[in-house]
Design a protein. Structure first.
Length: 258
């Protein structure tokens, strides 16, 4: 078995001022080059988990390592080359063009005060092309629809070229054609050796795409394993607390809930 690229060991976390632990005794490992989905009810701590891996939040207890080294030992830019986040949403105040916005992803690769050069622009344009947004490169980013913005946030992360991409509900605003496109982008990243960890409320996408699935329950119990073993009707009924059945059709899983 390959070494984990991301490892969390016995994590406990609560927000300052928060009454209760959001995460407790959480341990998990992500293998290099895997595509992994995190599923669980609203508010269970999925985004919090991504922010802990990025080092944006610090656990009360436990350790987090990336590539065999505790994340506290990495500098900011080094961390930016290793891990990148596609957030659920982002408030944009300046009227950047799409290209300028996506070029921000190059920050970890530039020296301080160095401006992005022609090669950085090529990488940014290629990233916009991968998500079908290159023809809009000069458009103001503040003029985008919710789904278009989600595609641009993915393009910025591609421009960053991290070894581990963390995506927070990356397809929640996308139509089915764009969902399929992003699924294919994630598959091609995997072929390039990139590790992908994403949160989703769509078990079908997890079943189609993932090497491994993490189910987070309100009781802080975590299950991790191959999609076939983890995404069962019983398991989904248990974590969402409603009746769920899974029907197979043409090799794909359809989730039925009542
Ligand atoms: N900055 C904060 N301060 C205090 N509590 C917070 C903060 N951010 C999130 N929380 C709380 O922590 C818990 C976990 O939130 P988190 O955003 O990680 O959940 P999630 O599983 O990603 O939810 P969703 O599926 O709705 O996006 C929630 O109860 C939330 O209210």
């Amino acid at each position: 078995m390959t070494d984990p690229i991301v490892k969390l060991d016995q994590i406990r976390f609560h927000y300052s001022g928060g009454e209760r632990d959001v995460l407790r005794q959480l341990s998990l490992e992500i293998r290099k080059g895997d595509i992994v989905a995190i599923l669980g009810p609203n508010g269970v701590g999925k985004t919090t988990l991504l922010h802990l891996i990025l080092g944006w939040l610090k656990p009360e207890e436990g350790s987090i390592s990336v590539n065999g080294k505790p994340i506290s030992e990495y500098g900011r830019k080094e961390m930016g080359k290793m891990t990148g986040l596609v957030p659920q949403d982002e408030h944009i105040t300046f009227d950047y063009s799409l290209l300028e916005y996506v070029l921000h992803g190059r920050y970890p690769h530039l020296k301080s005060l160095e401006a992005p050069g022609p090669e950085d622009r090529i990488i940014a344009l290629e990233s916009l092309k991968r998500v079908g947004m290159d023809t809009l490169a000069e458009r103001p980013v503040t003029h985008l629809s919710g789904g278009e913005k989600q595609l641009v946030l993915i393009a910025r992360s591609l421009t960053q070229e991290p070894s581990v991409v963390l995506l927070d509900e990356p397809m929640s605003n996308l139509d089915i054609a764009n969902k399929r496109m992003i699924i294919n982008v994630l598959r091609s990243l995997k072929k390039e050796g990139v590790t992908i960890l994403f949160t989703t409320h769509e078990p079908e996408i997890a079943a189609t795409l993932c090497d491994s699935v993490i189910l987070m329950g309100r009781d802080k119990h975590i299950e991790q394993g191959p999609a076939d073993a983890i995404l069962t009707g019983d398991a989904l009924s248990r974590i969402y607390e409603i009746p769920v059945d899974i029907v197979s059709h043409d090799g794909r899983k359809i989730i039925m809930w009542y």
